[in-house]
Design a protein. Structure first.
Length: 392
């Protein structure tokens, strides 16, 4: 079988493969880029696997970087871009259920592909587009099935994150997990406790943003994976409510985390810290969750406090939670507020001090009271009106 490699990402890397082959070695495109290309999706992170050992790759190309040479990966620099070339390898000894204790370089493509997670990710492609399928990945790709390469228990003991990748792929690609692989996830779910929170969170967020989020979440729950993630062990019912939401695709992680915090009734700051999410995202979700709790009838101050970045997040979450109801758009209501930030007030602390106010807590309280009154529409945002009110 041949596939189309006219995408620029492939075209730019083909000369490197040809150069490796000209030196007497094998070279193939492998991994997710191959899978996505065959599904008609744009390829990302084009990876090359080769029978050449790292030292041999460094002899072929004048400019390289040892990005992961202990695991066989060398970055080849060409025309201002970097291409990772990884030597065929076998792995053994997974004491932490995540990384191999030993990596052995080999010349066999089959041995290299045998260690990969799922059959649809174990396809290799020559530079002319010829597909090498040693584990019936083409059939599974056609049938939209996720099947572990070989024994699924062994694959998940090698890398427990693969179980999260399975439910993420189910959501992202719309594939079904075949029964033996699904059963192995259920049996080995406790191994997820050995994986870093950051890795789990990355897969979980991508699951939430997938086109078949409902299916991915359903198996995240059914296999028991949820019980080995931060703060979710006692949240089965809330997660089931999350999985039952309309299948509207999500494009913003903030919406996903806002829904999670709301349905599971978890304090946002605690939730986001446990999942090691960025402080900026945590702040946005906290403000969105506060506004969501006030919808559909928020006060002007609640809209104002949410801010421009959190209002649409809360609005999207509310619409998903209440698909049959209609309400005034919070985004429009926010846009109609007299001001949207404190620095838009027509008076400043300096103005008040010039009028005789003493610096200190009382000055801050007066400014805050003026801010609230303007947002509520009780005071016009003019210097005269605000100074008069401040004097009173």
């Amino acid at each position: 079988m041949q596939i189309d490699l006219t995408h620029p990402e492939f075209q730019a890397a083909i000369p490197l493969m040809q150069r490796i082959e000209a030196a007497g070695y094998e070279a193939y495109f492998v991994g997710g880029a191959v899978r996505d290309a065959m599904l008609g999706l744009p390829p990302h992170d084009v990876d090359i696997a080769s029978s050449a050992y790292p030292a041999e790759i460094k002899q072929i190309f004048p400019k390289t970087v040892d990005t992961g040479i202990q695991h066989g990966t060398v970055m080849v620099l060409s025309h201002g871009k970097g291409y990772e070339v990884t030597t065929f390898r076998t792995e053994s000894g997974y004491q932490d259920f995540r990384r191999p204790d030993h990596v052995t370089f080999v010349r066999s493509l089959e041995e290299d592909l045998r260690r990969r997670d799922f059959t649809v990710n174990a396809l290799a492609v020559r530079h002319d587009g010829t597909v090498v399928d040693l584990f019936d990945g083409l059939t599974d790709l056609h049938d939209h099935v996720l099947r572990a390469v070989g024994n699924p228990h062994e694959r998940f003991h090698e890398d427990a994150l693969r179980m999260m990748r399975a439910v993420r792929f189910q959501s992202q690609l719309g594939f079904a997990i075949e029964p033996a692989t699904l059963a192995a996830i259920t049996d080995n779910a406790p191994l997820l406790a050995h994986v870093s929170v950051e890795r789990i969170a990355s897969e979980f967020t991508r699951l939430m943003l997938g086109l078949d989020r409902q299916a991915g979440l359903t198996n995240f729950i059914a296999t028991g994976l949820f019980a080995h993630t931060p703060l979710l062990a006692d949240q089965r019912r809330g997660l089931e409510q999350l999985a039952a939401l309309p299948t509207t695709p999500l494009v913003d992680p903030a919406v996903a985390w806002t829904l999670i915090a709301h349905l599971l009734q978890l304090p946002v700051r605690r939730l986001m810290k446990a999942w090691k999410q960025a402080n900026a995202l945590a702040d946005q979700v906290a403000r969105a969750a506060d506004l969501l709790a006030a919808l559909p009838n928020p006060t002007p101050w609640q809209l104002y406090a949410a801010g421009a970045d959190a209002v649409p997040v809360a609005a999207t979450a509310w619409a998903m939670l209440n698909p049959a109801e209609t309400a005034e758009s919070p985004t429009q209501a926010y846009a109609a507020l007299p001001i949207h930030a404190k620095d838009e007030l027509a008076v400043t602390g300096a103005d008040l001090m010039a009028a005789g106010f003493t610096p200190g807590p009382r000055l801050g309280r007066v400014l805050h009271a003026l801010e609230q009154a303007v947002v509520a529409g009780e005071l016009a945002n003019t210097s005269e009106a605000l100074m008069t009110a401040a004097q009173k």
